[in-house]
Each structure stands twice: as C-alpha cells, then as structure tokens.
Design a binder for this molecule. Structure first.
Ligand code: ADP
Length: 165
C-alpha cells in the first residue's frame, strides 16, 4: 500500500521521522508531501524542508519526498495513494485531525485517513517547540535529525555543534 504523509514539516522532527519509519513498516511505501501553504511564512524554505526530509530518510527504501499545494485529497489522487497517514500526539490534536479527516473523506471517500499514535517519548515534540528551544540556544539534538539541528543553528546564528557554544 502507498501512504501519503502530508504536513508542513517546518522543520522535520524525530516524531515525524518515527511516524515515517513505522508507516513504511506497515504500508511498504510512504510519500512524504510538504505543504506549500501561501497563508503561512515558514521558517525554512520549501527546498530546505525537502532536503532535510530527503537526507533524514535516505536509509528508508520505501520513502519518496514531494511537495504540494491545494487539497490533500487531490495530492493523494495524483500520487495514487491508498491512504493518508497522520499522527496523534494528544487529545489536543484529536479535534483538529478529526475535522480534517471528515472533510477529506467527504471530498474523496475512497481515501481513508489512518492515524498512528505518537511514540510516547516523542509526544511532546512539535516543530514550533523545536524552533522555540533552538531560538534561545537550547540543545535540540534529541528532538530533530542532525541535518535539521545544523539548519536551526544556521537560522538562529548559533555555533554548531552546540558544545562549541
Ligand atoms: P501540519 O501543519 O499539517 O499539522 P505538521 O508538520 O505539524 O503539519 O504535522 C504533520 C503530521 O505529523 C500531523 O499529523 C501531526 O499530528 C504529526 N506529528 C507532528 N508532530 C509529531 C510527533 N512528535 N510525533 C508524531 N507525529 C507528529
């Protein structure tokens, strides 16, 4: 089966990566699709986010990385996905995710949304928390892949590796 894993990934965290790895084991193929959202100004450009995901998933043979704008279900149709994969961290994610899943199903009933519960030790992770910690010089090596930690240090003008701070 082919799963579409859509998101902003601004930037990719180890929580996202965990979901991608587990998605690969379950479905065989995961297409990670970075959303180009004209309503949001991302910290990282689309090219940077694609490069971060490509470098971090190079060890996984079932992963493809792409970008999209517009409707997620249209992206799913274009790539021939059987399902949309999303992660659930806590109750706070649930309402929002359920609303999107119902909307997508009303638009394209053939494509199911499948939720994976986040691994417990990644459940506190979000892209915004990571950016907040990095902005103030905190260590993020346990939250993001190394390539992302490097990009964050560059973004906030911090020395890398962090031991040099
Ligand atoms: P979006 O802006 O579409 O919510 P995100 O990049 O924030 O994009 O998240 C993409 C998907 O990854 C969402 O389903 C989200 O719930 C999930 N996700 C986010 N953080 C984690 C995490 N730490 N562990 C597992 N899944 C996560």
């Amino acid at each position: 089966m082919r799963a579409l894993y859509p998101g902003s990934f601004d930037p990719l965290t180890l929580g996202h990566l965990d979901l991608i790895e587990r998605g690969c084991r379950l479905f065989g193929e995961v297409v990670v699709a970075v959303l180009q959202n004209p309503g949001k100004t991302p910290a990282f450009s689309l090219e940077q986010r694609l490069a971060q995901i490509e470098a971090s998933t190079a060890h996984l043979s079932g992963v493809r990385v792409t970008s999209f704008d517009g409707l997620t279900v249209r992206c799913a149709e274009t790539i021939g996905a059987d399902l949309i994969l999303r992660g659930l961290r806590a109750m706070s994610d649930f309402e929002y995710e359920l609303q999107i899943a119902h909307t997508n199903r009303s638009l394209q009933p053939q494509i199911e949304t499948v939720f994976l519960a986040t691994s417990a030790h990644h459940s506190f992770l979000s892209s915004s928390v990571v950016k907040e910690v990095a902005r103030f010089g905190g260590r993020v090596s346990h939250m993001v892949p190394e390539v992302v930690a490097q990009d964050l240090a560059r973004l906030f003008n911090l020395p890398f590796p962090p031991e040099q701070r």
